[in-house]
Design a protein around this ligand. Structure first.
Ligand code: GUN
Length: 283
């Protein structure tokens, strides 16, 4: 039997409609969720991402600010802007687009964002809260993965979830979120000795390694839920995931396509974090 395709775009659109409705209700109480995005320099991919975030804000009725700063902006100038945004009541979420130019210390910048406005979920206090299980804003891509699994009707509790990849942005936080959902969690990485054997035990397999089509059906247990976080460009210009989608279609029970799987969820979860932060600020 062929896998059910997890329609990330459709699920993302549904969540955006929910956020749009909630934004309209908040506006009646005089609350407008506000997101500030900061872009330093001219990285082409970052420009595209920032444009998509701005568009999503407009679509949902958020207050949106994009601060486009020169490549030569100093760390001090950037920190001064963050301080200003931290103290701006119109702004509920601050996102500094990464990567930053080499002369700026990324950690110092992330640390400077007030935890209540940390809509990326990258601040050490947000990460600590995630591990402890407190109510922090959740990192967007990992939260999107969980939402896709849940909205596909899959119960996470008691399942064996295997995460391939241990990045701070996806692998580690998605493992923590799966644990919070009461899965039994294993993390595999580049030094794991018997990855195929371990992956094959997974009821839920999340792959975030940044290597095109590295995971094929030999790694997939029949009927497993396969969540592919990778977005890679092939020499012919086409996009593909870290999972060999065609090869896994017959084996997996559920699978996310690339594009159109996890990708559309990231900005939607950013919007969700912004409205959550706005509600908390006006409690
Ligand atoms: N650059 C690529 N992805 C992201 C992200 O999720 N957040 C930020 N701040 N920068 C990014």
């Amino acid at each position: 039997m062929s896998a059910q395709i997890i329609a990330g775009k459709k699920i993302s659109d549904m969540i955006r409609e929910e956020i749009q409705r909630e934004t309209a209700e908040l506006k009646e109480k005089g609350v407008v969720p506000g997101l500030a995005v900061v872009l330093v320099g001219e990285d082409p991919a970052s420009k595209v991402y920032v444009g998509s975030k701005e568009k999503a804000c407009q679509q949902l009725g958020f207050h949106s600010e994009v601060h486009r700063l020169e490549e030569t902006t100093s760390e001090e100038q950037l920190l001064a802007l963050i301080d200003q945004l931290n103290n701006d009541d119109q702004i509920n979420g601050i996102l500094v687009q990464l990567p930053l130019p080499k002369h700026i210390n990324e950690k110092a910048v992330i640390d400077a964002i007030h935890v209540d406005k940390d809509v990326d979920g990258f601040h050490p206090e947000s990460v600590g809260n995630l591990v402890i299980g407190d109510d922090s804003l959740l990192p967007c891509t990992p939260a999107g993965c969980i939402e896709l699994i849940k909205r596909s009707g899959v119960d996470i509790a008691g399942k064996h979830a295997v995460v391939i990849g241990r990045s701070n942005i996806v692998g580690k936080p998605v493992a923590m979120l799966l644990l919070r959902e009461n899965a039994t969690v294993t993390i595999c990485h580049s030094r794991t000795a018997n990855m195929e054997e371990i992956a094959k035990q997974a009821d839920i397999l999340v792959v975030a390694i940044g290597k095109a089509k590295a995971i094929d059906s030999k790694y997939v247990k029949p009927g497993a839920v396969v969540i592919d976080v990778g977005i890679n460009r092939l020499p012919d210009g086409k996009l593909c995931g870290d999972v060999d989608y065609e090869d896994c279609l017959e084996t997996a029970g559920f699978i996310t396509p690339v594009p159109g799987g996890v990708g559309p969820m990231t900005i939607t979860m950013l919007m969700n974090n912004t409205i959550t932060a706005a509600k908390r600020a006006h409690k």
